[in-house]
Design a protein. Structure first.
Lengths: 307, 285
């Protein structure tokens, strides 16, 4: 019999099989703790949130299934409309300014300049600072008799009600958001700039390209994937902004600074409209999903690729 | 442009003027970044009665430290700091442990369904946090974790992003070491513990720092799940201080500075890892 003729081979096979099973057991064992957290606090909650968005749950009484009523309500809710417009404005204003400034800063910092460590550190400080403390600092700077108005006063400019004028408050929140986020995208651009092969720029210089030409014909095309990425993540970030709005303006004056991140919180945890809040969150989720997929698909077309 | 025949001269003049403009812009930007912090410190060192009676540019000398004494009487700052530190440390260590184990398994061990599962992991990274606020609140409520620090800890001790990061790092780990360890009779856990972890200190430091900073600065989730004053984190305490004493700027600025200081000191101590973590944040988005 085969088994008796080649006992060693059989032993080897079963040993290898045993090792494979053991390795698999170790593998499952190792992912289990992390997997359970993801399962219970990310994976299942998404489906749970979807279900909640189809109910009228308000914590106090049992949920009733109401179908798409919450989603229909969004379209007839004037405050939701105002909120979406504010959010749209927030993204359209803050993201291009952020991308422009961070790219500019990265290009400037990429020169051989003395004291570069100091500059970098200065731009990082707001990034690591907690948003509550930043809100406090800027509420004082932007107060009616605060630093900014006193500086403007020194130049003969009338004081501006930065946080209490409904026409201006959202711009002020956007300004603080940009201030806080500059260092983050700057470092991403800086890393990308340092990845650009020096030979490419040198070759262009030999061919007679000046600095401006080099920048627009080589640097920008090579950076385009990063620019695209930073833009998309910036828009996604705008959709989720909450801390600065909550602490600086509580969505006011009126609803002038109520963006979607704040409105969802208000509906769900202030008014306890959990179902409606979940529906709003899902609309944003859908928008973010579309943007993320767009990023995947489009990057192949209009951004520069190495191939 | 007039010097077209002498490119080297034009270049050096151009380079110098570009440098001058660059430095001017950078200095202006850096001032914009730093002035809010300095202004907060200056304000916190004024006497409360001098806040509105003097111009903003006036600096009180000698400084008045009373805001830094008062704040401990107004809010239990030490308790808040203790709460925050406790949660931040548990989450950092927990996240490092679970993420490095899972990252190792995904990178180096073979088991059925591994790659499909990892794809699910990557997919969950795209789910925005705001979608999870409401269902996670309900999950925590059903677990009886609302108003306890468990609500901050449980959902944060595992991380898809951390796992992803660790996996990418472990993929590039030399396989000779692993083979040698196997020959020496090491099981996967012994290899992970004695060889992999000691050789992964930079990435572990970076990930730990990110987790620590996230918890330290987190505001929205603690706001949702904590009610009791005694359970508050520093950020929550500071936010409530603001709603209670909203015109007491010396006090508020002292509070802002006190809560910022630990992270800023940490930043200066391990700046390299912070910068690394910024790059990863880009990757995460």
């Amino acid at each position: 019999m085969a088994v008796e003729t080649f006992p060693q081979t059989k032993k080897k096979i079963s040993l290898a099989k045993k090792q494979r099973i053991q390795e698999a057991i170790w593998g499952y064992l190792f992912i289990t703790p992390n997997f359970l957290v993801i399962l219970f606090f990310t994976f299942i909650p998404v489906f749970f949130a979807l279900y909640m968005s189809l109910t009228d749950w308000n914590i106090l009484s049992d949920p009733n299934f109401i179908g798409l009523e919450n989603y229909e309500k969004i379209f007839s809710d004037p405050l939701a409309k105002e909120t979406f417009l504010n959010t749209f404005y927030f993204a359209v204003v803050s993201v291009p300014i952020n991308v422009f400034l961070t790219l500019l800063l990265a290009v400037l910092l990429n020169q051989k300049i003395k004291g570069i460590t100091f500059f970098r550190t200065a731009y990082y400080l707001p990034v690591i600072s907690a948003s509550v403390a930043v809100s406090l600092m800027f509420m004082w700077i932007l107060a009616n008799n605060g630093l900014l108005n006193q500086i403007l006063g020194g130049m003969g400019i009338e004081p501006v009600r930065w946080l209490t004028d409904p026409k201006i408050a959202l711009n002020s929140v956007i300004g603080v958001t940009i201030w806080k986020g500059l260092g983050l995208n700057m470092i991403i651009f800086l890393a990308a700039l340092q990845d650009i092969p020096k030979e490419l720029l040198e070759a262009a210089a030999i061919d007679g390209a000046n600095a401006v030409q080099k920048f627009f014909k080589i640097t920008i095309p090579l950076l385009s994937p990063v620019i695209f990425f930073v833009t998309i993540t910036g828009v996604i970030g705008s959709f989720q902004s909450f801390d600065l709005v909550y602490n600086m303006t509580r969505g006011g004056p009126g609803h002038s600074t109520t963006v979607i991140g704040f409105y969802i919180w208000r509906q769900a945890f202030d008014y306890l409209h959990m179902g409606y809040g979940a529906a709003l969150a899902f609309i944003v989720f859908a928008a973010i999903l579309v943007l993320t997929i767009l990023q995947w698909v489009l990057r192949k077309f209009w951004v520069y690729s190495e191939e | 442009m007039s010097n077209k025949n002498n490119p080297s001269n034009t270049d050096s003049v151009l380079a110098k003027s570009v440098q001058a403009i660059a430095i001017t812009l950078l200095v202006f930007g850096a001032i914009t970044m730093i002035v809010p912090f300095i202004w907060s410190v200056v304000t916190s060192l004024k006497s409360a009665e001098n806040i509105f009676s003097h111009s903003a540019f006036w600096i009180q000398f000698p400084p008045d430290f009373s805001a830094y004494k008062q704040i401990w009487e107004r809010i239990p700052l030490l308790l808040y700091a203790g709460n925050t530190l406790k949660v931040a440390l548990i989450v950092s260590v927990g996240q490092l442990a679970t993420s490095s184990l899972a990252g190792y398994a995904f990178a180096r061990l073979r088991f059925p369904g591994r790659d499909k599962l990892f794809f699910v992991y990557i997919a969950t990274m795209m789910i925005p946090g705001m979608v999870l606020l409401i269902p996670n609140f309900v999950v925590m409520r059903n677990l009886g974790a609302i108003n306890t620090h468990w609500a901050l800890i449980l959902s944060a001790v595992g991380s898809a992003f951390g796992t992803f990061l660790m996996r990418q790092f472990f993929l590039s780990f030399p396989s000779e070491l692993e083979d040698a360890a196997k020959l020496d009779g090491c099981n996967p856990f012994m290899f992970y513990w004695h060889i992999l972890l000691p050789n992964s200190k930079p990435i572990l430091t970076t990930l730990g720092l990110m987790a620590f900073q996230n918890i330290w600065n987190d505001f929205q989730w603690p706001l949702i799940v904590l009610n009791d004053e005694s359970k508050r984190t520093l950020q929550l305490g500071l936010s409530y201080l603001m709603s209670e004493y909203y015109t007491d700027w010396t006090l508020l600025m002292a509070g802002a500075i006190i809560t910022l200081l630990p992270i800023i000191l940490l930043f200066f101590a391990v700046q390299k890892y912070f910068v690394q973590s910024f790059k990863f944040t880009g990757l995460k988005g």
